[in-house]
Ligand binder design. Structure first.
Ligand code: BJ8
Length: 424
């Protein structure tokens, strides 16, 4: 990233010195974890470029859009329907943060035993390090886990947050609640953007988001090939970037990358030597730049071929029906699609168990690594049921609990290596 963005960062009131430190660490981390890989697809050059410009060119694009009257909507959860934002002419960006740089600031206002993801976004705001947060015209929180729900009360002392209520169960009355929340959100987005959502606009937005999901579904299907044609690290990066890149441009680039991948699969090409253990990740989301566990796994004699996570299959599996004739039918289709999300915040959440087992079978994995962020109760508690469901399907599972710190990397490596040895 060039220094020409410094004026922009200053206008966004970032702490320039700390921000420069963040970019330096990010660059080194990326170099070690990504650029050291062998046999990467040519198509990954685009992703490398977008990541290298994560606080540069993409922020400039958002600022340019704002100058033309566009509005930026920031979110923390895949429950927020992007179709509504796009239909109103807005741009949606994911604000989930995967770095612990603002941890010190966050722990001044949050208990230490809060999950790293929550501490990260609060820390990014308090330490003035995130140009995405500072670019937002509307920030949307949601009542998923207790940690996030209560953290938004504190976060909103520093920047306004609109909170959507997410149901915790999936009965007809919960669907009603969710529909009223989607309608309430539509009104809020229309007010924020100054644009009324039309049937035509919503139809186009549904198609656009579905198109991106289809491209990522295609990527996931290609990863079922044995030997593995792409690393888990690269696939995770693609999913992470899908949350903030321009949706149409991103989709076109991922389709191109999939063409290349398809050719590689056709010729039996691979990024891992024969016999490398195929593993799947399941659990908490890995927000950019949280690449720790994939790096640990892929330097322990295994390769990741799928992510059952919100930054992965949970976000791309289901499409919104495209045949809605009018606005009401399309809203219903959005409501139904988002009610299918199998987040551990729901009770009961048996769909997730079924989805994990079928995904593990489709991807022909030898084992599953369940990933829980320390202090995340929904996923930690649900890990018991996940293991039971996988055991019934004769698929071994390793449960890992960690945060964003690097202190436990060697210890994690030892555990993953032992697991890989066992499943071999
Ligand atoms: S739909 S997974 S994006 S809530 S890791 S903050 S649950 S304590 S992120 Fe999520 Fe939406 Fe669900 Fe997906 Fe809380 Fe757990 Fe932290 Fe979490």
């Amino acid at each position: 990233m060039t220094h020409s963005y410094e004026d922009m960062w200053e206008r966004l009131n970032l702490d320039l010195e700390a921000h420069a430190g963040l970019l330096e660490v990010l660059g080194k981390f990326y170099g070690n974890i990504y650029m050291s890989q062998q046999g990467r697809l040519r198509g990954m050059e685009y992703l490398d470029f977008v990541l290298s410009e994560v606080h540069g060119l993409r922020i400039k694009e958002l600022q340019d859009a704002k100058a033309r009257g566009g509005k930026i909507v920031g979110t923390f959860c895949v429950f927020v329907p992007e179709e509504i934002v796009l239909a109103a002419g807005g741009i949606q960006v994911g604000l989930c943060a995967g770095a612990e740089i603002g941890k010190g600031e966050a722990e001044k206002v949050l208990p230490r035993n809060t999950c790293a993801l929550i501490k990260s976004f609060v820390g990014f705001k308090l330490a003035r390090l995130c140009p995405y947060i500072e670019s937002c015209d509307l920030i949307v929180g949601e009542t998923t886990c207790d940690g996030k729900k209560k953290a938004y009360e504190i976060f909103s002392e520093h920047t306004p947050v609109y909170v959507m209520e997410i149901p915790q169960m999936k009965r007809p009355s919960d669907r009603e609640l969710w529909k009223s929340e989607v309608l309430r959100f539509k009104t809020v987005v229309e007010e924020a953007t100054g644009n009324t959502i039309t049937a035509e606009g919503l139809r186009e937005a549904i198609k656009l988001v579905n198109k991106r999901r289809r491209a990522l579904q295609r990527l996931n299907r290609l990863r079922a090939a044995d030997p593995a044609p792409i690393s888990g690290r690269d696939a995770l990066l693609i999913n992470q970037i899908s949350f903030y890149d321009d949706p149409a441009r991103f989709t076109a680039k991922i389709e191109e990358l999939c063409d290349e991948l398809e050719a590689r699969v056709g010729s039996g090409g691979s990024v891992a030597p024969e016999g490398t253990a195929r593993l799947m990740l399941s659990g908490c989301p890995m927000a950019v730049p949280n690449w720790k566990l994939p790096y640990v796994v892929e330097s322990s004699g295994a390769i990741i071929v799928g992510e059952e996570s919100c930054i992965g299959a949970r976000n791309t599996r289901d499409l919104v029906a495209e045949n809605g004739a009018d606005l009401d039918t399309m809203i219903d289709a959005i409501v139904d699609r988002y009610m299918m999300i199998d987040c551990a915040c729901f009770t009961p959440n048996t769909e997730r168990l079924d989805n994990i087992v079928s995904m593990a079978r489709e991807l022909k994995v030898k084992g599953v690594v369940h990933y829980g962020l320390s202090f995340c109760q929904p996923y930690a508690i649900e890990a018991y049921k996940v293991e039971k469901a996988l055991r019934a399907a004769s698929i071994p599972m390793l449960s890992i609990e960690t945060d964003y710190g690097m202190e436990d990397v060697e210890q994690l490596k030892t555990r993953v290596e032992a697991f890989v040895e066992m499943i071999r």
